[in-house]
Design a protein around this ligand. Sequence first.
Ligand code: BGC
Length: 249
Amino acid sequence: MAKHQAVGVDIGGTGIKAALVNLEHGAIIGDRVRVATPQGAKPADVLQAVREVLDTLEVTDQRISLGVAFPAIVKHGRTMSASNVSDDWIGFEAEKFFEDGLGRDIAFTNDADAAGIAEARYGAARGNDGLVILTTLGTGIGSAFLYDGALIPNTELGHLRHDGDSIERWAAYSAKEREQLSWDAWARRLQELYSHIERLFSPDLIVVGGGVSKHSHEFLPLLELRTPIVPAVHRNAAGIIGAASLSHG
Ligand code: BGC
């Protein structure tokens, strides 16, 4: 059994989520566990929160691999940026830090890249050739580029510029909540984001992930694009499923 299972942990700016995943079907087994991301999201506190979710999951079989997804650029195990987490992560050997702290090997990746892998292997982008761009709309905006199913890692479309700042500050789901925007008002911001993406990259398909993708009927029909745009099949679980999948061979 264990050979078709892995654990995925998705560290976000707001919550840290984990679950056991069936890798044949890309489906969560049992309950998903969640804790709030600690205030300030400093490395030691995040590690402690990850320990907590793993303890709650009670997966003790060491043959079950573990994948961890994190909201930053990840190069050779190092986190190279920090937008919704502490600056301590910039240039930090995060993969080794988690491996030492958890006492086991992990696969460590960017959270949106993990979600992109989940959708390519088990979801909305499965079997899609050409360029698929997945964006996650949450605390920030993450992106994953998949070309003929292969991931081009560490794209950061949330940091396209808008009014002198990262566009995620203005167009992420957190901006909708913070400013109490109607779906219409938020969709006008998304229109600007996705039109720009379309102009720059001519994708064949756009997939929209993040928790708000469960309300996609409220905003996707308001967008006018040439490119098909669809919600992520795995919605907010895509990061967990992709992290688990990447940890396995
Ligand atoms: C980070 C990305 C991340 C995204 C979603 C952005 O602020 O720069 O690396 O994928 O948030 O969490």
